[in-house]
Design a protein around this ligand. Structure first.
Ligand code: GLA
Length: 366
């Protein structure tokens, strides 16, 4: 049996998910696939087309492997699911993917969710997509060392063809918003490395948490930046170091932008969506400081290209991709314009993917 889970691109709502905030990802038509053949010895024997090593994981004693190894995602998901009470079965597993890796398109969540879905299905368990997403997030925390939010695993589980997912990461309320007709979601890859598991991501999260601790002395009702308004934040600026203030301002304003973008998308007000994406990019660049020169050039190139509605960095930051909403009938000149401008400015050849909003994880056709 084969199982698949998609990568994702986030339209708006960056670094809001671990602050109990709002996100708006789209599952893309690029998948990680796991082919599984049952074994009766309780072992997972795992191969990946992308790496030469073959890794054996004992479901009774999953342990830990080398830090940073690709197989830690597989081991982590198996270990967390077992610990949560799902008895799993051994299998030979072969992993393939066309999700670009280290590009901010959630290749790791696609791997986790494809593996988790397959392990549960193969053992005869009904799939609860939300519990699967949360188990995969826990695996990422424990086995990859990234204190990620739940967005990536959630969209890999709950993606819906033709739709973006508006997710409240506190209540886990979900609304699927149709991608408007005539609009393409185009991802531009700077081909510069995104190092999610490194300190930058966890440092941003720590800054946000430090902000909440300091603000809670004045605002005792708050649990997360989700609960803080911009007025509250500004009125209490004196309790925050400047860097922490700016990190918090990004999150607080970004939450407001996601909600406004959801309304604008539903109202068909694409100019407003574009303006919100532009403001989001400026905030991630200036307040959250997770953009890079290449990413800024890519956004700027899009804003000069034909057919652009909105453009911004997407994902954890520190390189990787931008997300662009583009009029479908201008997708070809858009790509040509962005490519030429980015290449002239950076000397790098970008990759450009026109994406189709796709379904979340499932069995895959043979
Ligand atoms: C990574 C994390 C997500 C989210 C984004 C930033 O993709 O895995 O949980 O925090 O970064 O929005």
């Amino acid at each position: 049996m084969r199982y698949r889970a998609p990568g994702r691109v986030n339209l708006i709502g960056e670094h809001t998910d671990y602050n109990d905030g709002f996100v708006m990802p789209v599952a893309i038509d690029r998948d990680t696939t796991v082919a599984m053949t049952p074994r009766d010895d309780g072992l997972l024997v795992v191969r990946s087309a992308a790496y030469p090593d073959v890794v054996t994981i004992d479901l009774d004693r999953p342990g830990h492997g080398p830090k940073g190894a690709w197989s830690e995602y597989v081991r982590g998901v198996a270990a967390v699911l077992e610990r949560q009470g799902w008895r799993l079965k051994g299998a030979d597993m072969t992993i393939t993917t066309d999700v670009p890796m280290s590009a901010g398109l959630s290749s790791s969540a696609a791997l986790e969710v494809a593996v988790g879905y397959g392990l549960l299905d193969q053992a005869g368990h009904a799939i609860d997509r939300t519990r699967l997403a949360l188990a995969c997030q826990a695996a990422e925390h424990e086995f990859a060392g990234t204190r990620c939010g739940v967005m990536d695993q959630f969209i890999a589980c709950h993606g819906r063809a033709g739709h973006a997912l508006m997710l409240d990461t506190r209540t886990l309320d979900m609304a699927w918003l149709p991608v408007p007709p005539g609009i393409a979601v185009i991802v531009c890859n700077t081909m510069t490395k995104h190092v999610l598991a490194t300190d930058g991501y966890n440092e941003r999260r720590a800054d946000c948490e430090a902000g909440v601790r300091a603000l809670a002395i004045r605002l005792p009702g708050i649990r997360a930046l989700r609960d803080v308004t911009l007025d509250d934040l500004e009125a209490n600026r004196d309790v925050l170091p400047d860097r922490v203030f700016r990190r918090c301002r990004h999150v607080v304003t970004e939450n407001a932008r996601v909600k406004a973008a959801a309304e604008a998308l539903q109202a068909g007000d694409l100019d407003a969506v574009g303006e919100l994406m532009r403001a989001s990019h400026a905030s991630t660049r200036d307040d959250f400081e997770i953009s890079t020169p290449e990413v800024d050039v890519m956004v700027d190139s899009a804003l000069h290209a034909d057919g652009t509605i909105g453009a911004r960095m997407t994902g954890g930051g520190f390189g990787g991709c931008t997300v662009n909403l583009v009029r479908t009938d201008q997708a070809v000149p858009f790509a040509a314009g962005v490519r030429a401008r980015y290449e002239a400015a950076t000397g790098r050849v970008p990759e450009i993917y026109t994406c189709v909003a796709s379904d979340g994880a499932g069995r895959s056709d043979p």
